[in-house]
Write a protein that binds this ligand. Structure first.
Ligand code: GLC
Ligand code: CA
Length: 920
């Protein structure tokens, strides 16, 4: 199925999830506890990071003996964090930024403080109220169920004085398990789920979901009854809501895990627990086997389902799903201190686990972002936060987010003693050093690297949706696999070793295609039938897309849709982001006038934008700054406008003029380059004719009419000259010619200055008369020339083209007569040219009748122009002395121009059509 067809319903496949607790993110009122108000203030940070989905850890009223997983009321918020109306605001604000929000549905157990439990212990034995929980008067039942929190619990049964019975609990003894055999309990769960989906949440993580039912002679996990109930839950969600997600937390071996997808009728997603420790094992053992083996053991899943994968989360790095030997190995290599162990796992964040080794942190994230599944990032790991296992339980990995080097890491203004948990002050990870602000400032920081990784992943749906196929090179330290989705294939290569490695990959089935490195867009040598040799730095990695040598024509790609109410929305928040990151780079590459096609675009920004209202229309005139990977930034002019699909003129607008689909005020149509709008072209003329000024914020757009006034007249007819040029030309009434500059400099535009000087000051006849211009200026900056208007000169082509044709004809004719040498007397050379009198009749004849007089005229006009220019008293037009230094520096700059051109040619050689490739 096409990507665009189920983008909405299968959003979780393309998601990047960010797991975070409200209390840990940002404290807005200085009470030491993070809250919703604070969270709202940090939404922009999450948007900038690029994640698509926020997973909020439990925020309900709770005694907080299990960090909120011990719920005392399902229908409100812990007042320290906020209230329902703020929560709804969070959902709205998140959605406005294109972020989804999922929350926790903790239904296996409640807190013992929950009114249901308080009621149950007092209720009569056998009553529905008592039976909200699981009771018994001896502890012999369900003996096969193992204990999860081995550090604190010795039994899954605890005695209750009030009830005079034992109650069942798979986790802490203060967390009694709900009794799912009681239909009232099942109904309660549906009510809770309905309530939260109504607030707008996009889905739930189903906490501890394998343990819902208990049956004798089983380990009380993954029971058929549990699956039946989950199907019921799913049906309920599907019947009442759209595009909601159920994500199971089932810490199980793969074959038991897949059961939670049912036949596509249970959970949409499920965590792949076993793969997590194996990624850590693989990089320590420097061997791909743990990863390939567990994926081989993982059955296929229904097509609409998806794994969630993660490196770290709010719990310990659990080692329940590994063999005994593997567990010993993991403890040995990943715990330096015994204190780091907890239950059946290790309580560490990502950076400390990996000894703060940047290459390893990158490599592990590369695996997380390219193995099958949706990646989940744990808050703080994007900046490499440290941990503190002295804090007890798993609190060491739940400390406040580190925003800056101010007091309390910028998390709170409270007295440090008042913080819900202390910030990290360990010398290696202290917040003064590891924080968002520091890393935002440094483009080489982990945070920036993560942003690039995230944005790259979002560009290729194959990461979230593709099939996986492992390659089997003999070097086992290399993990290599492809991800294929529809026509797209990605190749991922990871060096699991701390030393550099070479690897030969059998890529025969892609012979003839080219691996293009994703971050740089550098094409590697084409793939042949023979094995392809790659070398990788220690813990190095590659992301390639396997492409055909011919570049995709941009117009073949579907247009992106931008959600706007009006054109000005394009300048705001998320839409602006989308426009800048997805629409503009792609559009520029398809235009004739964009000069940076040989370069790799890093980013495009709208630097100056001014809304224009003209007649009934709105346009946006913009200057863009294009930043390249290894070239100086450039600025371009791009006016934008809207054309509705109903508009009869829209038929005549070519595909290359369209940037995106939009529907302002509900009217579907396209965002176009406004030069394709006749209204906009009229506007440009009027700007000059009326010498108008438009101001917007600190920006000024100014029309300027020359002394050789344009007669006041009816609105002239206009047309776009659709020749592909580096600027855009518009003709008015066949009398005026407007050049809209595309690539601009915020310094003097010589084209305009010379034309203007020659026609206004010198009345120089041989340049089309200057009629006016338009400038765009941001306060305090140099004005930029947007357009110049000139008198139009009827012509049969330009002298340049004419001369070129003439010479080509001459050479063809001359060569057909054999040796060219006899046309040139020996003693002549480039510096001692022939004069026209010295030309033989034969040459004259071959050149054609007008050639000589035309050349003479060209020479004469050029000389006249130079004379006119030098006669100026303006310093800009004074002749410059051509010194030896000047000559030398000109030579150097020509050489470097030549080198860049050759380098660029070399880089795109593979993409050229065969005939051209040959000539190049
Ligand atoms: C899940 C949570 C964990 C919690 C447990 C009991 O495993 O991830 O944090 O302690 O459930 O609710
Ligand atoms: Ca607070």
């Amino acid at each position: 199925m096409k990507y665009s067809e189920n983008k909405e319903t299968l959003w979780y496949k393309d998601a990047i999830i960010y797991e975070v607790h409200i209390k840990s993110f940002y404290d807005s009122n200085g009470d030491g506890i993070g809250d919703l108000e604070g969270f709202l203030q940090k939404l922009d940070y999450l948007q900038d990071l690029g994640i698509t989905t926020i997973w909020l850890l439990p925020f309900y009223p709770s005694p907080l003996r299990d960090d909120g997983y011990d719920i005392a009321d399902y229908y409100s918020l812990n007042p320290d964090y906020g209230n329902i109306s703020l929560f709804k605001k969070l959902i709205r604000e998140a959605h406005a930024r294109d972020l989804k929000v999922i929350t926790e549905l903790v239904i296996n157990h409640t807190s013992d403080q929950h009114p249901w439990f308080q009621r149950a212990r007092k209720a009569t034995v056998g009553s529905p109220e008592r039976n909200y929980y699981v009771w018994i008067d001896h502890t012999d039942k369900y003996k096969e169920a193992w204990i999860i929190f081995t550090d604190t619990e010795t039994s899954n049964w605890s005695w209750d004085e009030e009830a005079q019975m034992y109650y069942w609990h798979r986790f802490f003894s203060h967390q009694p398990d709900l009794n799912f055999d009681n239909p009232l309990v099942q109904q309660e769960v549906l009510n809770i789920l309905h309530f939260w989906l109504e607030t707008g949440v996009d889905g739930f993580r189903l906490d501890a979901v394998p343990y819902l039912f208990e049956r004798e002679d089983t380990n009380c996990e993954n029971l058929p009854e549990t699956h039946q109930f989950l199907k019921k839950l799913r049906r309920y969600v599907d019947d009442h809501f759209e595009n909601k997600l159920l994500l199971a937390e089932a810490n199980m071996w793969p074959e038991d895990s897949v059961a939670y997808f049912g036949d596509g009728d249970e959970c949409h997603m499920n965590f792949h627990f076993p793969i997590m420790p194996r990624m850590f094992m693989a990089v320590k053992m420097e061997n791909r086997y743990p990863i390939t083996d567990i994926i081989d053991q993982t059955p296929d899943i229904p097509s609409d389902c998806q794994w969630a994968i993660f490196l770290r989360n709010h719990d310990e790095l659990t080692l329940e799903m590994v063999t005994d030997e593997e567990r010993d190995y993991m403890y040995r290599v990943y715990t330096k201190e015994a204190r780091a162990k907890i239950n059946v796992g290790i309580r560490h964040r990502l950076a400390p686990l990996l000894e703060n080794n940047r290459s390893l942190i990158e490599l592990m994230n590369v695996l997380l972002f390219s193995l099958p599944g949706t990646p989940v990032i744990y808050y703080g790991d994007e900046i490499g936060m440290g941990d503190n296992f002295y804090l007890g339980d798993r609190d060491g990995v739940r400390t406040p987010m580190q925003w800056n080097s101010n007091k309390n890491a910028g998390f709170s203004t409270a007295n440090p003693h008042k913080l819900y948990l202390p910030v990290i002050i360990d010398p290696e990870y202290r917040y003064e050093n590891i924080n968002v602000e520091n890393q935002q400032r440094n483009p080489s920081s982990l945070l920036w690297w993560m942003k690039r990784l995230i944005s790259m992943r979002k560009k290729y749906p194959a990461f979230g949706r593709g099939d996986i196929e492992f390659l089997t090179p003999s070097n086992a330290k290399i993990l290599a696999f492809t991800r294929t989705y529809n026509e797209d294939t990605l190749l991922i290569i990871a060096n699991l070793s701390r030393f550099p490695q070479a690897v030969e990959l059998d890529l025969e089935k892609y012979a003839g295609l080219v691996p293009v490195e994703l971050f740089s867009r550098n094409p590697f040598p084409p793939i042949k039938e023979a094995p392809y040799l790659f070398t990788l730095a220690s813990n190095g990695y590659f992301w390639f897309s396997i492409e055909s040598a011919k570049e995709k024509v941009p117009s073949e790609m579907p247009l992106i849709h931008l959600e706007v109410e009006n054109l000005e929305n394009l300048l705001e928040g998320n839409i602006r982001n989308k426009l800048e990151s997805l629409v503009l780079p792609h559009y520029l590459l398809g235009t004739r006038w964009f000069g940076g096609k040989g370069q790799t675009i890093q980013s495009v920004h709208l630097s100056t934008s001014i809304p224009i209202r003209f007649k009934s229309q709105i346009f946006l005139l913009n200057s863009l700054r294009v930043i390249y990977n290894d070239y100086m930034p450039e600025d371009y002019i791009l006016p934008l406008g809207f054309v509705s699909a109903d508009d009869k003129d829209s038929q005549t607008i070519p595909l290359k003029a369209k940037l995106a689909t939009i529907d302002p005020e509900g009217i579907p149509g396209w965002l176009i380059d406004a030069v394709y709008s006749s209204e906009f072209r009229s506007f440009l003329f009027r700007m000059i004719q009326d010498s108008s000024i438009i101001r917007y914020k600190s920006i000024e757009l100014k029309g300027d009419q020359s002394q050789n006034m344009i007669p006041d007249q009816q609105e002239p007819k206009n047309r776009l000259m659709d020749t592909d040029q580096s600027n855009t030309s518009i003709i008015y009434d066949e009398k005026y010619f407007l050049k809209l500059y595309r690539k601009i400099d915020a310094i003097i535009n010589p084209d305009l200055e010379i034309v203007r000087f020659l026609s206004e000051e010198k009345n120089f006849e041989n340049v089309p008369e200057y009629k006016g211009s338009i400038h765009l200026q941001e306060k305090g900056q140099q004005p930029m020339v947007v357009a110049m208007l000139q008198r139009m000169v009827e012509n049969q082509g330009e002298a340049f083209g004419f001369t070129k044709d003439m010479i080509e004809r001459f050479l063809d004719n001359a060569m057909s007569q054999g040796d060219l040498k006899h046309f040139w007397p020996e003693e002549k050379s480039l510096t001692i040219p022939l004069t026209d009198e010295e030309l033989t009749d034969e040459v004259n004849e071959l050149l054609g009748p007008q050639a000589l007089s035309l050349m003479a005229l060209l020479g004469q006009r050029t000389a006249e122009m130079h004379l006119a220019l030098t006669s100026s008293t303006q310093p800009e037009f004074q002749p410059e002395y051509f010194s030896k230094h000047y000559q030398r520096s000109l030579y150097s700059s020509l050489r470097s121009l030549n080198r860049t051109a050759m380098d660029n040619l070399k880089r795109i050689l593979h993409y050229l059509p065969e005939e051209l490739n040959h000539r190049a």
